[in-house]
Design a binder for this molecule. Structure first.
Ligand code: GRG
Length: 295
């Protein structure tokens, strides 16, 4: 196993333990809702966004306990987006992270409510004092995550995605859609370490530029996996984009050009980090991992 794969697995275990502790136990009269939250949030996943939070926090020597809470909050928002994306009203997915999707395992109303509760729990965690001693830092984390997740971020990307079903479109539109739908949360993950570390604007801009290209490379590879991947290996429904008549980077560019573009973006993401020297090697490894991943 490569060093990065080992580091990713180890971070995923730590983040899973943090999520386990932060999620309410599935007891009492709301146990069905709480079980659904735990079912989706603890179902595994690469925890790539959490890894980006922890890696960027390490750059600024942030207390690991604070960084872990932010990493968990990001994974809760990400999980909510997957639960809602899988609903019959959206992608109608049946398999996620190798398990039946939340609305199949529970029911549609419980899946919707569990997504709502995962999203709101994320903000509760960020607002708590244990996340950072300074209220101004906590407030900036809440504001930035809300901006990344909301109507000028991920939700905007999702609505554009749904509007474009069976419509002619172009690369510029798909690029904007994906920057909002997937890129904004990845960008928050990369920048959150700088927020926690109260780093100055220049370093935040470097991380933002890195995250921008990384997010797009990640999405192009996701499209390639959706077109060519294996459901069992990926643990999720594949071919959904084509079935829904959705244009993707792959349908617009073809497989070979899409793969080339993903490589170019990953290299560009790395080169944004040049001013930071050797201490960002792990972020360069992430850029390579994103294009080589098989799941
Ligand atoms: C419902 C508001 C709302 C938004 C949904 C992110 C999203 C928007 C939908 C997910 C659909 C999708 C499969 C997008 C492609 C990129 C992506 C987010 C893939 C899944 O992320 P991974 O590969 O998943 O990091 P794991 O399971 O490893 O966490």
């Amino acid at each position: 196993m490569t060093d990065l794969a080992t580091a990713l697995n180890s971070a995923a275990e730590t983040v899973d333990a943090e999520l386990e502790a932060l999620l309410p136990s599935a007891e009492g009269s709301e146990s069905r809702l709480l079980s659904a939250m735990r079912y989706s949030a603890l179902a595994g996943g690469k925890r790539l966004r959490a890894f980006l939070v922890l890696s960027s926090a390490d750059l600024f020597k942030v207390d690991r306990r604070c960084a872990l809470r932010v990493a968990a909050a990001v994974e809760l928002v990400h999980t909510y987006s997957l639960v809602h994306d899988d609903l019959p009203a959206m992608d109608d997915g049946t398999l996620r992270r190798g398990l039946p999707t939340a609305h199949i395992e529970f029911d549609e109303a419980t899946a919707i409510l569990s997504g709502d509760a995962l999203l709101t729990l994320a903000f509760e965690i960020l607002a708590e004092e244990a996340t950072h001693a300074l209220a101004s830092v906590r407030c900036e984390l809440v504001r930035s995550l809300a901006a990344a997740a909301g109507c000028r971020g991920m939700v905007a990307g999702q609505t554009i995605d749904l509007d474009l079903e069976n419509m002619e479109t172009d690369i510029a539109t798909i690029t904007r859609l994906q920057q909002l739908k997937t890129g904004a949360l990845i960008a928050f993950s990369c920048e959150s370490g700088a927020i926690l570390g109260q780093a100055h604007g220049h370093l935040r801009r470097v991380l933002h530029a890195y995250a921008h290209d990384l997010g797009l490379a990640f999405q192009i590879v996701d499209d390639l996996l959706d077109a060519e991947g294996d459901a069992a290996e990926l643990g999720k429904t594949v071919g959904a984009d084509e079935e829904a008549g959705k244009a993707t980077f792959v349908s617009l560019m073809g497989v070979d050009r899409a793969r080339m573009q993903a490589r170019m973006l990953a290299d560009q993401a790395s080169s944004h980090l040049d001013p930071l020297g050797d201490r960002v090697e792990v972020l360069r490894d992430v850029a390579r991992f994103v294009i080589d991943r098989r799941a």
